[in-house]
Structure formats: C-alpha cells, structure tokens
Ligand binder design. Sequence first.
Ligand code: AMP
Ligand code: ZN
Length: 114
Amino acid sequence: MSDCLFCKIIKGEIPSQVVYENEAVMIFKDIAPVAPTHWLAIPKSHIDNIYDPRLVDGELLQSIFAAIQHVSEAEGLSENGFRVIVNYGNDAGEAVPHLHFHLIAGRKLNWPPG
Ligand code: AMP
Ligand code: ZN
C-alpha cells in the first residue's frame, strides 16, 4: 500500500535496521525500543491486521513464525526468553495498520502487561 509506513520500509523508502529478511518476511528494529531488544516481524505483502483471511488460508503465518523461530534462535533470544505481541485496535494501542509482531527481549518483562 503506497501510503503505508511499513510498506515504505519494505521498499527501502524509509530507512530501517534489518535483522532478518526473506522473500515473505522482514524483521527490523523498532525505532522506539521498550527493551534492549525490540524488533518487528512483518509480512512483506501488505496485511492490515489479524483478521485478514490470508493469515488463515495460506502459508503466510507459517512463514512469519518460521522467521521468528529462526531469528530468535540465531540471535540468542531463546536462551532467556522473549515475548511476541500483536496489538490490535485502540485499547491495545495499535498505531501502524500493517500487521506486525513485536519481539521483545533482554530484560525481565512484567506480567500482566500494562
Ligand atoms: P503498534 O503500536 O503495535 O502499532 O506498534 C507500532 C510500532 O512501530 C511502535 O513500536 C513504533 O515504535 C514502531 N515504529 C514506528 N515507526 C517506525 C519506524 N520508522 N521504524 C521502526 N519502527 C517504527
Ligand atoms: Zn503496508
């Protein structure tokens, strides 16, 4: 989508610090990290949110979690643990309407979340 922030990051129109990418998925550093490690895993095709039918009909979700599995192991996050979060809607504070999974690690994370 031409006016989507994360689509612009995928196209390289807005700079980002890429941690991992393949043909379907990109994982890059969040610009305002809430922990020592804070990355965003996104599909390269524009998906608005978790209600998009392509998430349950196709292989996209598998690709996203394969990338999360790979990069969290490769970068050592799995040793102490990490959190994967999707914010949906106003109450969750969703700000960017391109599906993204937050990967947060590197400190003790409170539960329940704020
Ligand atoms: P959410 O509130 O779940 O929609 O999360 C959106 C996330 O995108 C926030 O954690 C922002 O800090 C992050 N963000 C916004 N703009 C950028 C950017 N240009 N590069 C990297 N992360 C960004
Ligand atoms: Zn997009």
